[in-house]
Design a protein around this ligand. Structure first.
Ligand code: NDP
Length: 275
């Protein structure tokens, strides 16, 4: 039998770890799939994705800068993709194109399972209000934290991000938005979803948001800890990078496509060793 074909679209795409991750999942679960990188032209995502589906492709991951294009291309969106306004996973079923977003589920799985930290009843501080932050708000709220504070350089964007959830009613969860200097007291979980780490910058949050039991997670990953991770560690926090989130969002996408949930722990350790 021909294996089912999947790919990841991005521009650039050469650095993507997704092919290695999905090859490992396929080997582990015995699912017959092939998975490759596809460079799409900056103005040609829809054509490239439709072309892949026409060749028989069953699904695709989508990364920078095409998550909004993928959202527009989908004929049906999952609630979490709709809330994010962005799509990182497509599933092709004939004429139907399902758009999903597994980034938030990946983040939540990494916090709960890999870091072993509960979210329910906790104070959560989310730094940033761009695409990555938008993708994780609904899955975080579904875990029933006590508070979600979204802090951003541009305060209006943080307020806008929370608007849809305030309108829908968030139950007992306190939803707050503000600037980086505004959060008060110690938070249980601080997530850096800004792109500041890419430039070696630190979102100027008060050092007092970190306590000895705080989990500080930077969505960015690489060989060295980010300035955010270093700063949080200096305040005594437990720190984590975004590699676990990356592996978990891939596992969730694999589940969307194949209905099988791969194990992630060994692969995560392997990838960490290879950074
Ligand atoms: P966007 O460009 O959509 O958003 C950038 C955000 O960072 C905005 O909130 C912006 O604030 C803020 N920002 C940018 N520069 C600075 C700075 N110098 N100081 C403070 N805030 C700053 O990016 P994404 O949301 O797509 O990506 C954010 C990060 O998340 C990236 O590092 C990306 O690699 C990572 N990521 C990791 C994933 C994983 O699986 N591990 C998945 C997805 C993303 P403002 O609104 O004021 O401009």
């Amino acid at each position: 039998i021909q294996p089912d074909a999947y790919c990841v679209f991005g521009n650039p795409i050469a650095h993507s770890k997704s092919p290695a991750i999905h090859a490992a999942f396929a080997g582990q679960t015995g699912e017959a799939i092939v998975y490759e990188r596809r460079l799409a032209p900056l103005d040609g995502f829809a054509l490239a994705a439709r072309g892949f589906a026409a060749e028989g492709g069953k699904g695709a991951n989508v990364t920078v800068p095409f998550k909004l294009d993928a959202c527009a291309l989908a004929t049906e969106l999952t609630p979490r993709a709709k809330a994010a306004g962005a799509v990182n996973t497509l599933r092709f079923d004939g004429e139907e194109i399902l758009g999903d977003n597994t980034d938030g589920a990946g983040l939540v799985a990494d916090i709960l399972r890999n870091a072993g930290v509960a979210i329910r009843g906790k104070r959560v501080l989310l730094l940033g209000a761009g695409g990555a932050a938008r993708g994780v708000v609904l899955p975080l709220l579904q875990e029933q934290p006590q508070e979600l504070f979204v802090a951003n350089r541009t305060v209006a964007t943080a307020a806008k991000l929370l608007e849809q959830f305030q309108q829908a009613g968030a139950g007992d969860i306190a939803l707050r938005a503000g600037g980086f200097e505004q959060p008060e007291g110690v938070f249980d979980i601080v997530i850096n979803a800004t792109s500041a780490s890419l430039a070696g910058d630190l979102p100027p949050v008060p050092a007092t948001v970190f306590g000895s039991h705080t989990l500080a997670l930077d969505m960015m990953y690489g060989a060295a800890p980010t300035v955010f991770m270093e700063f949080a560690a200096q305040q005594g926090a437990q720190v984590r990078d975004g590699l676990g989130m990356l592996v978990e969002q891939a596992a969730e996408a694999f589940f969307v496509w194949r209905g099988v949930r791969p194990a992630t722990q060994d692969l995560l350790a392997l990838l960490r060793g290879a950074l």
